[in-house]
Design a binder for this molecule. Structure first.
Ligand SMILES: Cc1ncc(COP(=O)(O)O)c(C=O)c1O
Length: 479
C-alpha cells in the first residue's frame, strides 16, 4: 500500500480565501493523482486522519472525497479504506514534475543497471542464503521490545560489535575489543565518519592511484585535499607519499588486495607506512574490503595487526560476503581516536536499526557467516578459473591477463593505443559491463600507465564463461 506523500496534506489550506476548504482539498488530492504523486491503487489516509491533519471538519473531508469518488478518481472499499482508482491510467497523465538530476557518473549508471556479465561490486547473489537470512530477520523482528523502538546505541548493537570483534581477531589478526568497533553504513559510512570526526576540510589525504573511485570521490565531497600516491607491484609507494605529501592527515589504503591492481602491500611498505603515520601523527584507513576472498594462498594478516592499535583504523564491509544493499560495515577505532569517533557516531548515527544488526550478529555467531564464506570461496575459485580458462582459450592480442591470488575480479590490461573507456562503452553496447581501469585513476600520469578492464566474475556461471568472453573478444576485434 502506498501512502500519499505528506506535502499533499500538510501544506496549510487558505482559510480566508474565496475558494471553500472542501474545494481546495478536492483540488489538492486530484492534482496529486494527476501528477502521479498518488498512484493508481494507493490508499488514502482515513477521512478522520485527514481532517485532523488538515485541521478541518470531518464533513469538509467527506465532501471533497465524495466529489473525487463521483468523478472516478477514488473508489471506496468499505472498511479497507479509500483508494485511487485503478482506472486512472498513468499513461494519460501528464509527466510529474521532477527536479533536474545531478550529472550521473558512469559508476552511478553501473550500480543501477540490472546484473550484467562482469559487473563489479556484486557478490554471487544467486548463492546467498536468502531464506535463512529472512528467517533470522523475522526472528529478531518478532523478539523486538517496545524499548527497541525508542533508541539504538549509536556505535551499534553490542551483540554485533562483539561478534565482529571476535571474527576480525580470529580471521584477520586484528587486535581489538568490542568497544572499539563502530557499526557503519558500509565502508562509505566509515569513510564519512572518519572524515567528519578526524579531518577538517582542506586536510591532505593520501589516496592510492589507481584506487577505489568511491573513496576518492567521497573524500573530495568532504572537502579533502587529495594527494594521489602511485601504486606499483608492492602496493602504495610510501616513499613517494613521504616526499610529496609528508603532512598528510590520513592515508586510505587497501593493503590486503589493492583495489584495483590486486597486489598485496609488501611488508617493507607496511612498516614504512606505519612509521610515516607515527611521525606525522596521521591515521591510516585500512579498507579490508575483500580479505575473505583468497583462493591460492593465505592472505597477510591485516595491517592493523602490525601497528599495535595506534594509527590504523581498520574497516570491513558486509557488502562482499553478504550483499551490498545491506549497507552494513564497521570500523575498529585505534585508542587515540576512539573517543572522538564514538562522539561523532553519537551525533551522526551512522548505523541502521537494531533488528538488522542483531540478525547479522546471529548470522555470524551461529556459524552461517563462516560457512557461507567457505562455500563462496569454492564457488568464486570455480568461476574465476572458468573465466581465466575462457580468456586463455580465446586469447586476444589486445588483452594481457594479470594473475591475482584473490578478490572478485580479474584484471586484463589493454594494449597500447586502446582507450579503455571506449572499449568499455562498446562492451556495454554488447551487453557486458566491464569497468575501465582508468576510472580508478586520479591523475593523467596514472591514466597513461593503467589502461585495462576489470572483469568481475562472482555472477558469471562457468557454463556461460566462453560465450561471454567470445562477446568481449568480438568487441576487441572491432576496436
Ligand atoms: C575497495 C572497496 N572498498 C569498499 C567496498 C565496499 O563498500 P561499501 O561497504 O560501502 O559497500 C568496495 C565494494 O565494491 C570496494 O571495492
Amino acid at each position: 500500500m502506498t501512502r500519499p506523500s505528506s506535502p499533499t496534506f500538510t501544506r496549510p489550506l487558505r482559510r480566508r480565501g474565496e475558494v471553500p476548504l472542501h474545494r481546495q482539498l478536492y483540488e489538492r488530492v486530484r492534482d496529486a493523482i494527476l501528477r502521479g504523486v498518488l498512484k493508481p491503487g494507493a490508499r488514502l489516509p482515513s477521512a478522520r486522519a485527514m481532517a485532523l491533519e488538515m485541521r478541518v471538519a470531518r464533513g469538509t473531508v467527506d465532501l471533497a472525497l465524495q466529489q473525487l469518488a463521483s468523478e472516478g478518481y477514488l473508489v471506496t472499499r468499505g472498511a479497507a479504506g479509500t483508494f485511487v482508482s485503478d482506472s486512472v491510467s498513468t499513461a494519460r497523465l501528464p509527466e510529474p514534475h521532477r527536479a533536474p538530476l545531478p550529472r550521473k557518473s558512469a559508476l552511478d549508471t553501473l550500480s543501477r543497471t540490472p546484473l550484467r556479465p562482469f559487473q563489479i561490486g556484486v557478490p554471487a547473489v544467486d548463492a546467498f542464503p536468502l531464506e535463512l537470512w529472512s528467517r533470522l530477520l523475522a526472528r529478531r523482528s518478532r523478539a523486538a521490545r517496545v524499548a527497541d523502538l525508542v533508541a539504538s546505541p549509536p556505535q551499534g548493537e553490542p551483540v554485533l560489535r562483539e561478534a565482529i570483534a571476535a571474527y576480525v581477531t580470529v580471521s584477520r589478526g586484528v587486535a581489538c575489543r568490542a568497544d572499539q568497533v563502530i557499526i557503519t553504513a558500509g565502508f562509505q559510512g566509515a569513510l564519512g565518519l572518519v572524515a567528519r570526526a578526524l579531518l577538517r576540510p582542506g586536510d591532505t589525504t593520501w589516496i592510492e592511484d589507481p584506487g577505489y573511485p568511491f573513496a576518492r570521490n567521497g573524500l573530495a565531497l568532504a572537502g579533502m585535499h587529495l594527494a594521489p600516491i602511485p601504486v606499483d607491484d608492492e602496493g602504495i609507494d610510501v616513499a613517494f607519499g613521504v616526499e610529496h605529501a609528508p603532512r598528510g592527515r590520513l592515508a586510505v589504503v587497501t593493503p590486503g588486495h589493492q583495489m584495483p591492481l590486486g597486489v598485496p602491500l609488501s611488508l617493507a611498505r607496511r612498516l614504512a607506512l606505519i612509521a610515516w603515520a607515527r611521525r606525522a601523527g596521521a591515521f591510516i584507513l585500512e579498507d579490508d574490503y575483500d580479505g575473505e576472498f583468497h583462493y591460492d594462498a593465505h592472505p597477510l594478516p591485516a595491517l592493523q595487526s602490525l601497528d599495535g592499535g595506534d594509527r590504523v583504523i581498520y574497516t570491513g564491509t558486509f557488502s562482499k560476503v553478504m550483499f551490498p544493499a545491506l549497507r552494513l560495515g564497521f570500523l575498529v577505532a585505534p585508542e587515540p581516536a576512539r573517543e572522538t569517533l564514538d562522539r561523532a557516531a553519537a551525533l551522526l548515527q551512522p548505523a541502521s536499526g537494531p533488528t538488522i544488526q542483531r540478525a547479522l550478529a546471529d548470522f555470524l555467531q551461529e556459524g552461517h557467516f563462516a560457512r557461507h564464506i567457505r562455500r563462496m570461496r569454492l564457488l568464486y575459485a570455480e568461476r574465476r578459473d572458468a573465466l581465466l580458462e575462457a580468456l586463455e582459450a580465446q586469447a586476444s592480442p589486445d588483452l594481457q591477463i594479470i594473475p591475482t591470488p584473490g578478490g572478485l575480479h580479474v584484471l586484463a590490461r589493454l594494449r597500447e593505443g586502446l582507450d579503455d573507456s571506449i572499449v568499455a562503452e562498446r562492451a556495454r553496447a554488447a551487453g557486458l559491463e566491464p569497468v575501465p581501469l582508468s576510472f580508478s585513476c586520479a591523475t593523467e600520469r596514472s591514466r597513461r600507465l593503467h589502461r585495462g578492464l576489470l572483469l568481475a566474475f562472482p555472477n558469471l556461471v562457468p557454463s556461460r564463461a566462453r560465450d561471454v568472453v567470445a562477446r568481449l573478444r568480438r568487441v576487441l576485434d572491432g576496436a
